[in-house]
Design a protein around this ligand. Structure first.
Ligand code: FAD
Ligand code: MLT
Ligand code: ZN
Length: 464
């Protein structure tokens, strides 16, 4: 860092929030999976949107690239430095403001964690439409930046669908603000919709206005052991049609359950081993358990079916699913591939990906789980070196051949940018690069994430 930039940043955020010491920087430099790590010249922690704007203006004039960071729970390597980027931590933007308890809307700072917001709005009868296991650390800004999905997409959609407006700072320090509180506003391009899912490459999100959902305290969770993923998908179709308020339909398999039992030190849900496990949650204004039990009756084996309605019982069943991520990471450093398939091809994918991996990369240990209701499987690969991408290539090409997407909810980040053209056309990629160039001409915001300036360039025409 140049002395001039250090002096400017110190004036903006104060010396306590400009971290240069390697020990204090360390937790900002390695991602949650431990697969991605790099050195940042400094970490800067602004405390307001105005400070974010001033920091970006200073970095922009110094040509200093930046990685925006929220809770650092991202799973594709996009929240940590790679080659000289400084970390811009948004965690101090943690104010919860303007909670409209009648309309069910709230404005929050980008650094508010999902769990803080849940605790704030639930007592007033509202909830956040997106929920995920990283709720204690994931920030609202990071969730919008990644367009996070989570366990309730089947009912409420991903994070982009919850966003009514946002405030964000562009690379040069200028502030765009769409926090209108207007029900209708078609005055030009939808910038919040564009920034949601842009993974910190277009703008730094500072405040978000979210639409809330009514809290539904009456809940029932069922966990079933089933003979196959096909059978699980059949149960999901039946419950969707017959039981009201389906909120989650999650699957996992014996290899993942075994890791959860071992690392979380919990007992199996029921005796016996099943090829596939399905967790279903229904919620509504009144107890959904009777309708859920009736819908499950013709399809479920009573010896492998548990239903819980009280909080502790529901949490116990959810633990088998939610603790997969930490159990896999306790086993090793995984490659995490988060893919989505057309609903009709999900079961075919699950079977073929195991066969294809066993043939091409016998050392890879796949651990699959995911959001069955959304066609979204998480393919975790243990037993391979962090930089060996052979197995990733096998999985992602198979996904593309079945009409799927190489990222369902985690984003492209660093981990998957090599394969972006498998499921996005060159025209798409060039349009995205043009938008990036227009908003960040010097390519200073999260450079290297999603694509590079010259990735997938059109072939240069040969002169005759
Ligand atoms: P970070 O990890 O800090 O950053 C993620 C990306 O967003 C980076 O590219 C970063 O540059 C950018 N970014 C962060 N903040 C901002 C900002 N204010 N402005 C602009 N860009 C920003 N994800 C799901 O989608 N569904 C799940 O079910 C899910 N479950 C998870 C469970 C566990 C146990 C863990 C560890 C992760 C899980 N994730 C899940 C992944 C992760 O929690 C989400 O991607 C989350 O949205 C990241 O939020 P964050 O604040 O940690 O962002
Ligand atoms: C989940 O669904 O639990 C997450 O997306 C995290 C993961 O993929 O490990
Ligand atoms: Zn997920």
């Amino acid at each position: 860092m140049t002395p001039d930039l250090r002096a400017r940043l110190t004036r903006i955020v104060g010396p306590a929030h400009l971290l240069e010491d390697p020990d204090t920087r360390a937790s900002f430099e390695t991602d949650w999976t431990r697969r991605f790590t790099g050195k940042a010249p400094f970490v800067v922690r602004p405390g307001s949107a105005a400070e974010v704007a001033a920091v970006l203006a200073a970095c922009s004039s110094a040509g200093q690239p930046i990685v925006p960071q929220g809770g650092n729970t991202g799973l594709v390597g996009g929240s940590v430095p790679r080659s000289g980027e400084a970390v811009l931590s948004l965690r101090r933007l943690d104010a919860i403001e303007a909670f409209d308890t009648v309309a069910g809307e709230v404005t929050v700072g980008a650094g508010v964690t999902l769990e803080q917001l849940q605790h704030h709005v639930r007592p007033a009868g509202w909830d956040v439409g997106v929920d995920l296991a990283s709720r204690a650390s994931a920030t609202i800004g990071g969730m919008v930046a990644t367009n996070a999905g989570g366990v309730r997409v089947i009912r409420y959609g991903p994070m982009r669908h919850q966003v009514i407006g946002l405030e964000a700072v562009l690379a040069d320090g200028s502030v765009i603000s769409r926090l209108p509180g207007l029900l209708k506003d078609n005055s030009g391009y939808d910038l919040p919709g564009l920034i949601a899912g842009s993974e910190g490459t277009l703008a730094v999100i500072t405040r978000v206005r979210l639409r809330l959902i009514p809290a539904r305290p009456a809940r029932a969770v069922a966990l079933l052991g089933l003979p196959s993923l096909d059978a699980a998908l059949e149960v999901v179709r039946t419950v969707r049609a017959a039981a009201p308020g389906l909120e989650a339909a999650e699957v996992f398999f014996p290899e993942g359950l075994e890791l959860v039992l071992r690392h979380a030190r919990i007992s199996p849900p029921f005796p016996g081993r099943y090829p596939c496990y399905l967790l279903i949650e229904c919620a509504g204004p009144s107890d959904p358990a009777p309708a859920l039990a009736a819908a499950l009756e013709p399809l479920a084996d009573p010896a492998a079916t548990l239903i819980a309605t009280d909080r502790a019982g529901r949490d116990r069943l959810w633990a088998y699913r939610e603790r997969h991520t930490e159990a896999i990471s306790a086993e090793g450093i995984p490659h995490k591939l988060d893919v989505t398939l057309p609903a009709g091809r999900l079961a075919e994918f699950e079977a073929s990906v195991r066969t294809a991996l066993a043939r091409a990369c016998p050392s890879a240990r796949p651990v699959l789980f995911g959001h069955a209701g959304d066609g979204n499987l998480h393919v975790n690969l243990l037993g391979i070196a962090p930089d060996d991408e052979t197995a990733d290539d096998v999985v992602l090409r198979l996904v593309a051949s079945l009409g799927g997407s190489i990222s369902a909810e985690h984003g492209i980040g660093i981990a998957k940018k090599r394969w972006l053209n498998l499921t996005r056309s060159l025209a798409d990629i060039h349009a995205m690069q043009a938008i990036k160039r227009a908003l960040d001409p010097a390519w200073l915001l999260n450079p290297g994430v999603i694509f590079d300036p010259d990735s997938f360039a059109p072939p240069v025409p040969r002169l005759p």
